[in-house]
Design a protein around this ligand. Sequence first.
Ligand SMILES: Cc1cc2nc3c(=O)[nH]c(=O)nc-3n(C[C@H](O)[C@H](O)[C@H](O)COP(=O)(O)OP(=O)(O)OC[C@H]3O[C@@H](n4cnc5c(N)ncnc54)[C@H](O)[C@@H]3O)c2cc1C
Length: 481
Amino acid sequence: MQETDDKGKKYDVIIVGSGINSLVAAALLSLKGQKVCILERNDWIGGCIKTDELTLAGFKHDVFSGFHPLFITSPAYGEIGELLHKHGLEYVNTDKPTAAVLPDGRHFILTTSREDNIAAMGGGDGAAYARSMADIEQNTDIIFGLLGSDLWSFGVLKLLVKSVWSRGIQKMSAFFGMSLDNCKNWLESSFESEELKACIAPWILHTGLSPSSPLSGLMGKLIFFTLEAAGMPIVKGGSANFVKAFRSLIEANGGVFFTKQDVTEIIVEDGKAVAVKTKAGDIYEARKAIICNVTPTQLYGELLTNTDIAGKITKEAENYRYGNGDMQIHLAIDGDVQWKDKALNDVAMIHLTSGVDSISKAINEAERGFLPERATVVVAQPTVLDPSRAPEGKSILWLQLQELPFHIKGDAANIIEISEDGLWDEKTANAYADRIIDRLCEHIPNLKKQILARAVLSPRDLEKQNKNLVKGDPYSGSCGI
Ligand SMILES: Cc1cc2nc3c(=O)[nH]c(=O)nc-3n(C[C@H](O)[C@H](O)[C@H](O)COP(=O)(O)OP(=O)(O)OC[C@H]3O[C@@H](n4cnc5c(N)ncnc54)[C@H](O)[C@@H]3O)c2cc1C
């Protein structure tokens, strides 16, 4: 990667890490005329955004993240989306963002049409779904206001006071009751169809929660509201092109990037962060601010250890908790993927699940240190939306398992042998991947014959590739309230 050559100079703002949050911050600041410098310890820019021919030449896998419904509905996209497109970003999308399939083959497919979804759900379920979406529509100001702010801030206090004034205390109590409820209660009390409940429940895992966590009901509604509105956009040619567009926009506005710069210390003078030091001893000075897109554990446990920080804050950082680990499996496939039920062939992201109880069971197994017997399998089909991700006549699959321990005590199915130290190794990761592929074959009978190559990334591999993914947690911290 071509580096910009003003290393060692002073910048207005130094940003540590180059993931999506850093890229957005850098773009917004540089557009406001700030001279921004992004420092990244890896040899690539993008953090969890990376496209790589991991399996075979010509198969472009998004190694980590790849699906942008949350980004294109974010305020950041509202502000810089058009500019990113001018700098080369191109999305491809679908009107069938997601589905779930039960072990017996029953399934529900969500489309981007509210009307069609309600009709497909039918009678009582359709009416309950319409009411749930209205819960979001009628409260967008307060929901997005709360989710987009620091919880204990003056802004949130102002928003709450204003909402109580305009809605009245009873409506606000009802709003908080609805918001704090969990997904399991919401699904059980609203819907009859097992397929529909199974379609919604696994999405809770993508918010870093479990179906019984407080707030998970609200998150389920929000995600479905978002998927209906945004579909499942992915970046044409691979997510690396997203990073390219950001880089081009930031550099056009005077920003600079340096890779292989492991920041090890923030230098503080008179209570103000003024510079950072890298492992190699380089110093980068900041005139105005240093933004660290790192975990609290790293910020307070490593970068600020030479600084006098109030004991209360370091204690809080020590108590910061991480969620379950994640595994990614990438498959290079000969031909198209043919599901038993052809209706699933062109859905962007499909969950294999038995519903809420099976998700709770798998989470519980992972939390106790066990490999789940029947995991919730996320199956994304990027080539359905973007055939350029694979050579002609071939395709790829992106599989995700979000219910895994980092330190393994055993196998809930009592089949896979675990190494004595309980650490993920290639043998364990491949044995677990075999279990997942067998599950997939229940719904895609020809799959095994079609697999040309595969790449398996265990929670430990994820942590090795990105320091923010502590214990392989894809959300860099427990998302519970
Ligand atoms: C496998 C996987 C799949 C996912 N899929 C999706 C998806 O499809 N859609 C979605 O919306 N979200 C997805 N997510 C979540 C999403 O990727 C994260 O929310 C997002 O990456 C967080 O961005 P970030 O900028 O905070 O940090 P990250 O993307 O984690 O980037 C942090 C960067 O900081 C660097 N860094 C850390 N410490 C230092 C240091 N001391 N010095 C220099 N550099 C440092 C790291 O090397 C890394 O490059 C996924 C996550 C994972 C792991």
